[in-house]
Design a protein around this ligand. Structure first.
Ligand SMILES: C=C(CC[C@@H](C)[C@H]1CC[C@H]2C3=CC[C@H]4[C@H](C)[C@@H](O)CC[C@]4(C)[C@H]3CC[C@]12C)C(C)C
Ligand SMILES: C[S@@+](CC[C@H](N)C(=O)[O-])C[C@H]1O[C@@H](n2cnc3c(N)ncnc32)[C@H](O)[C@@H]1O
Length: 367
């Protein structure tokens, strides 16, 4: 073959590969967000690196500073920055539900996700005519599954404006916009009337609150007397040892890579719920056997991570993706390792579930 023909063949094959990786492979899990559409939320391209640096500065402050009230006030803004940086990568590489689920034998990740979400609707006994609150709704994967499964109306709240727009657009495309509403706001000071919801749930979201009391008290306030609240909490378990450096490293890694002001121990959750006035109906760690591991999806995707890493590098080089995507993607890759250690050692659970009830006799005001 002539040199020119060889060069042309190589170029065509090369371009074909890039096309396959970026456009055809698109999202690793769910088609809908393609590699070429990766943005950094509402952050303009020139500000991505600054925002990423700003994100990390939160963790450089000494622990004592991080624990002060003044610093706790900064958490919602820091969480908002985090979701501007990661929302598109999550959608592209994971799907529209930003949480874990126990694996189900012989079923896809998508099925396992849906089952984990529908469990919430069933526990809440949600039905047509009910108005549910989704506390920290992301781009609305759970909200759509729960609205479709139960026939209830769902109102979601998220601190991140970009997620509000993504969620509204997904709701429209799914034909669920008459049942699902999304509001931008802080779940520790919600723009809703007292006693205005029939039930509420939060899926892997309240871990972003510096004080769980603040969000639980707000949920308590907006629920009708007698209403139920289900929450999937991120916690350290009874196996966690604060004097084991490997445990501490994994937990700090999870906090750094997931915008967490500090993980709570599982035994704090029920007492905080009681403190704000809830009755504890049920408390169970859904990650424990007989559940199958929730972290296998993170591990099994090792090939997908390498492919994704290559895609973001190529897209950044071609200036299709903004600068900084590579760094954010690396951060997530590392986070996945820490989460896997947390799951394998059993020191961490992302699905410590509590079912809480606002007493039927409770006043609309929280205690
Ligand atoms: C509840 C929270 C988020 C939980 C998970 C949805 C996300 C935690 C870690 C994320 C990911 C890690 C690795 C990424 C990978 C490198 C990339 O190629 C594709 C996306 C990932 C798989 C990404 C997807 C979402 C997570 C699993 C927290 C924030 C409270
Ligand atoms: C990991 S995501 C989970 C999203 C959704 N529950 C799901 O499972 O797909 C956490 C969500 O909590 C929201 N969040 C975190 N802190 C918040 C706050 N102070 N007020 C409102 N939403 C908040 C984030 O914006 C994000 O939407």
């Amino acid at each position: 073959m002539e040199a020119a023909t060889m060069a042309w063949t190589a170029a065509v094959v090369g371009l074909g590969l890039v096309y396959w990786f970026v456009w055809v492979m698109g999202a690793a899990e769910v088609k809908g967000k393609r590699g070429v559409d990766l943005k950094m939320g509402s952050i303009t391209d020139d500000k991505v690196k600054d925002k990423y640096t700003q994100y990390w500065s939160f963790f450089r402050a000494p622990k004592e500073t991080a624990a002060t009230a003044a610093s706790a006030e900064k958490v919602p803004a820091f969480v908002d920055t985090f979701y501007n940086l990661v929302t598109d990568i999550y959608e592209w590489g994971w799907g529209q539900s930003f949480h874990f689920s126990p694996a189900l034998p012989g079923r896809s990740d998508r099925d396992a996700t849906r089952v984990h979400e529908e469990r919430v609707a069933d526990l809440l006994k949600a039905k047509p005519g009910h108005r549910l609150l989704d506390v920290g709704c992301g781009v609305g994967g759970p909200m759509r599954a729960i609205a479709a499964h139960s026939g209830s109306k769902v109102v979601g709240i998220t601190i991140n404006e970009y997620q509000v727009n993504r969620a509204r657009s997904h709701n429209r495309k799914a034909g669920l916009d008459s049942q699902c509403e999304v509001v931008c706001g802080n779940f520790m000071a919600m723009p809703f009337d007292d006693a205005s919801f029939d039930a509420a749930y939060s899926i892997e979201a309240t871990c972003h609150a510096p004080k769980l009391q603040d969000v639980y008290a707000e949920v308590f306030r907006v629920l009708k007397p007698g209403a139920l609240y289900v929450s999937y909490e991120w916690v350290t378990t009874a196996l966690y040892r604060a004097d084991d450096p490997a445990h501490v490293e994994a937990i700090h890694g999870i906090e750094r890579g997931d915008a967490l002001p500090g993980l709570r121990h599982y035994d704090e959750i029920a007492s905080i719920a009681k403190e704000v006035g809830f009755e504890v109906v049920q408390e169970i760690d859904l990650a424990l056997p007989p559940s199958l591991p929730w972290w296998t999806r993170l591990k099994m995707g090792r090939f997908a991570y390498w492919r994704n890493s290559l895609v973001v590098r190529v897209l950044t080089l071609l200036r299709i993706a903004p600068k900084g995507v590579v760094e954010v993607h690396e951060m997530l890759f590392e986070t996945a390792q820490h989460l896997t250690v947390g799951g394998e050692t059993g020191i961490f659970s992302p699905m410590h579930m509590v079912v809480l009830r606002k007493p039927a006799t409770a006043a609309a005001e929280s205690k």
